[in-house]
Design a binder for this molecule. Structure first.
Ligand code: IDP
Length: 152
């Protein structure tokens, strides 16, 4: 129940007014929002976030895309947050994302796939540290947890 994941509305998602929709998918599923901020990313932060991809041929385009406007960075908490976050977001290539997922409902091209979700618990913890200071994350009781979890 304490698992965390990092979700980010990418610049196209912000421009296309999908911020509330993306937040809503996680809220309605039962996850708890523990950090959120809008910012214009720096080139250095994007290089750190995508450190595993900087040698890929598509990386220059990905970096331009991620710097093309503000993003909304979020940390969410709850049972299996990382794996379920990936499932809510859908496959990397939106043309393979199932309808009903965020990417499967709102985008078409891999280079304009509106949202990021950590791919593992380890990635989530690494990414949360890249995007948030410790005092930007909030811990608070969840009075709904008995209604969301059978073993709360
Ligand atoms: P993920 O975002 O689903 O975790 P990654 O493989 O980590 O997928 O790739 C990071 C981001 O890089 C993708 O979300 C997408 O925006 C972009 N990307 C991945 N593969 C390609 C590609 O082949 N062409 C263009 N952009 C790509």
């Amino acid at each position: 129940m304490d698992e965390r994941t990092f979700i980010m509305v990418k610049p196209d998602g912000v421009q296309r007014r999908l911020v509330a929709e993306i937040i809503s998918r996680f809220e309605r599923r039962g996850y708890q929002l523990i950090g959120i901020k809008m910012l214009q990313a720096s080139a250095q932060r994007i290089d750190t976030h995508y450190a595993e991809l900087t040698e890929k041929p598509f990386y220059p385009g990905l970096k331009r895309y991620m710097l093309s406007g503000p993003v909304v960075a979020m940390a969410w908490k709850g049972k299996a947050a990382a794996a379920t976050g990936r499932a809510l977001v859908g496959a990397t290539n939106p043309r393979q994302s199932a309808p009903g997922t965020i990417r499967g409902d709102y985008c078409i091209d891999v280079g304009r796939n509106v949202v990021h979700a950590s791919d593992s618990v380890e990635s989530a913890e690494r990414e949360i540290k890249i995007w948030f200071q410790a005092d930007e994350l909030v811990g608070y009781a969840d009075p709904l947890s008995d209604w969301i979890y059978e073993d709360a």
